[in-house]
Design a protein around this ligand. Structure first.
Ligand code: MOS
Length: 741
């Protein structure tokens, strides 16, 4: 008998073998007969107009079928439709090949479609364009005078503006015993998932499209394609079972989706469009930001005044905003607060959510300023956090539904060996390397959205569960199977989860670390309804169940059990004339109950660095992140999520940036050779610890979500460790070794 529950088990990814053996098919890997290939031509200028596109020599290439530009792109009427998507910020979404106007460098201006990929690429390389260039601005620092408030819109629902001022910040700050302040500069970053952005559109000749797309939202792309091309949603199916990473870049439909569908509809053929690596630097990105903090504290270390401002870039056509300055008053209960977020429109593509958007930016400024205060007061950085600890969210004026951050601090510090740290900067060394310990707090939203799920007992007595949700590599398939298995007391083998397909029940985009809470809850709702249905049917054939109430019935190994009687799923199916039994249900957050509570995931990171005294080179030798994220469904996949965030933390603090040449208005390091991310040699000892956090309020399963929380605390912990090692506080990310020489 199976007495083990699946939730809580470190189960390996169910699709892992398919991925490592190459059997998993990604959107550009489907074998399709008579497939056409599209290659994108990107704008070489940053702003202005296209005067002429010379396509003659490209058209002569053998195999080239058609070259689409703004002049001959089909179906002008389509362009009056809505281009917005579930993650579109306020403004007018970008319309590929819409007209002769260039809004950012790398903008797609033509699509060469050919019988082979090579012919399409060769054709694209032969296209010459005459432009009329106009003056552009791509540098945030020289355009600060244009900073303004962001427009409000749909996407701001999940990203509330900074909390309103409280008390009198200026007075409290002026009068505070101890003060710390800083300016924090972050460069642009581009999502660079391993898998390139690809769409394969299959045209069936009867007006139906099947689209294999790299995306974080099958239904989001289905709605987009339907809206943009004036197609009935039923005729658009978006399929995306395997996604080779996305990190937010797949939250919005990307332009290769548009171009692939456009060409397929026009040519009445199957068309695949794949972007190359450099073209992946021409869409959404983490915006460059400038932040300022001013924190005031009492002699005892109580924070009394918090001021945090940020200014970020956006495009000329959309107001993308992320929560940079909302976090400090969610963590530290100061009476006097002042927060501000501004935008500057530049001639770049719209920024987009990128792993822990806003949090990974804002927490650096907050936690480095807290670190600074700890040195001024001569209080241990961890002790300073404990002095300011609160289970009350001062920004929302609500208690947290649960908050085991203190356990993260204490268990993390113990395991890491934090207390071996000697407090003075430059006081620890190893040979000719300076050694530093740094720590920081992390916080991320614990969100949940509505979603639907279908649960079915099949003719052979197995459980099938269905949702349109994707699995962008985080373990969603495995985790959802675990949740469904436990609802029915089944083994993993008896449950099949169908996902990554827009024809399945509604799921929102996969992001914000809200997927497990969102789709997991929908599965619980659907399972509960299905169990009721099973009981109802059992009652019609089995006397013993006549008086049973659903609360008195248990499910185990394909049996429904009541007192000392049991009936198998197969018998119930038999009663149902051998037909499967199914229900589809909405799962949703309990808005009324949740109204009284604030919700968040917390973490604490501890980092050891070595800094070479002569060369300034930095090595993160050890790091530990302790996480309080409610119930952990799968400690293995959850750990991998946090590990990924920790590797990215090293990247963010020390390596990763897209460098804008403001003279050219162009990113100049559009390749993995020059866009630096960590390699194996950069990664040393990383440790993850989940503390027990039982949240009875947040949702049926007590899930908060793990993912982005791995990338919020560790970047500032690295900066703080570098300060401890060297006595130098570098507030510009990434921190370059020359600043430490
Ligand atoms: Mo994440 S930036 O919500 O995909």
């Amino acid at each position: 008998m199976n007495t083990m529950t699946q939730i809580g088990q470190p189960i390996s990814r169910l699709e892992g073998k398919l991925k490592v053996t190459g059997a998993a098919k990604y959107s550009g890997e489907y074998k399709v007969p008579n497939l056409l290939y599209g290659y994108v031509v990107s704008s070489a200028i940053t702003k202005g107009k296209i005067i002429k596109i010379h396509t003659e020599s490209a058209e002569k290439i053998k195999g080239v079928v058609k070259i689409f530009t703004h002049l001959n792109r089909p179906g002008k009427a389509w362009f009056d439709m809505q281009y917005a998507d579930m993650d579109a910020p306020p403004g007018a979404s970008f319309r590929p090949l819409h007209n002769d106007e260039i809004k950012f460098n790398g903008q797609p201006i033509a699509l060469v479609v050919a019988e082979t990929f090579e012919a399409a690429r060769e054709g694209a390389s032969m296209i010459k364009v005459d432009y009329q260039e106009t003056k552009f601005q791509t540098d945030l620092h020289s355009n600060l005078a244009a900073a303004r408030d962001a427009k409000k819109g749909m996407a701001t629902l999940l990203k509330p503006p900074p909390p309103k001022p409280t008390g009198d910040f200026e007075k409290a700050y002026a009068e505070s015993d101890f003060k710390a302040s800083g300016e924090f500069i972050h460069s642009t970053e581009h999502h660079n998932p391993m898998e390139l952005f690809t769409t394969t559109t299959l045209y069936d000749g009867k007006g139906k499209l099947t689209i294999y797309d790299k995306t974080q939202g099958t239904i989001n792309c289905q709605l987009y394609v339907g809206n943009v091309f004036g197609l009935h949603f039923k005729n658009v199916r978006v399929v995306s079972p395997f996604v080779g990473g996305a990190f937010g870049s797949g939250l919005r439909p990307q332009y290769q989706l548009f171009l692939s569908v456009m060409a397929a509809l026009d040519l009445k053929r199957h068309v695949r469009v794949t972007l190359d690596r450099s073209q992946m630097f021409s869409f959404g990105h983490r915006p460059q930001t400038i932040q300022h903090t001013r924190f005031g504290a009492t002699q005892e270390g109580k924070i009394t005044a918090l001021n945090h401002t940020s200014v970020a870039e956006t495009s000329q056509f959309e107001d993308y905003t992320e929560n940079v300055t909302n976090w400090s008053s969610m963590m530290y209960p100061a009476d006097n607060t002042l927060f501000e977020q501004k935008l500057v429109s530049l001639d770049v593509n719209s920024p987009m959510d990128m792993r822990a958007p806003g949090g990974s930016t804002g927490l650096h400024a907050i936690e480095a300023t807290m670190d600074e205060i700890s040195y001024k007061l001569n209080i241990d950085p961890l002790e300073l956090r404990l002095i300011n600890y609160s289970t009350f969210n001062n920004a929302e004026k609500k208690p947290y539904s649960s908050k085991e951050l203190k356990a993260c601090y204490l268990q993390g510090a113990e395991k890491f060996g934090w207390y071996k740290r000697s407090p003075q900067p430059r006081s620890m060394s190893r040979g000719q390397k300076l050694v530093g310990y740094g720590m920081a707090t992390g916080i991320w939203d614990a969100m949940q959205l509505p979603a639907r799920a279908e649960a079915i007992i099949t003719k052979d007595g197995k459980l099938h569960v269905k949702s349109a949700v994707t699995d962008i590599g985080v373990g969603t398939l495995t985790v959802m199977t675990q949740i469904a298995a436990d609802e029915f007391g089944l083994n993993m083998e008896d449950v099949l989860f169908f996902y990554g397909d827009s024809k399945l029940p509604f799921a929102p985009i996969q992001g914000g670390s809200f997927t497990t809470a969102t789709v997991g809850t929908a599965i619980v709702f659907a399972s509960k309804a299905l169990k009721k249905k099973l009981l109802k049917i059992a009652k019609t054939s089995n006397e013993a169940f006549k008086k049973a109430e659903i609360e008195e019935v248990t499910f185990k190994n394909g049996m429904m059990i009541y007192k000392d009687c049991s009936i198998s799923f197969l018998e119930i199916i038999n009663t149902n004339k051998d037909k499967p039994i199914r229900t589809t249900n909405f799962g949703y957050p309990h808005a009324l109950k949740l109204r009284k509570y604030a919700r968040a995931v917390h973490s604490a990171s501890f980092v050891e660095v070595e800094v070479d005294q002569e060369l300034g080179t930095i090595k993160v030798t050890r790091a530990l992140t302790a996480v309080a994220a409610g119930r952990i469904i799968n400690p293995k996949t959850a750990r991998s999520q946090v590990l990924g965030g920790m590797v990215w933390s090293i990247s963010k603090a020390l390596m990763e940036e897209t460098i804008m040449d403001a003279q050219l208005g162009k990113y100049i390091n559009q390749s993995f050779a020059e866009y630096h991310i960590p390699v194996h040699a950069d990664i040393n000892e990383l440790d993850v610890l989940f503390v027990q956090e039982d949240d009875k309020i947040i949702n049926e399963l007590g899930i908060k979500g793990v993912g982005e929380v791995g990338l919020v605390a560790m970047p500032p912990a690295i900066a703080n460790a570098i300060y401890h090692a060297t006595g130098k506080r570098i507030n510009r990310f990434p921190i370059h070794f020359d600043e430490l020489m």
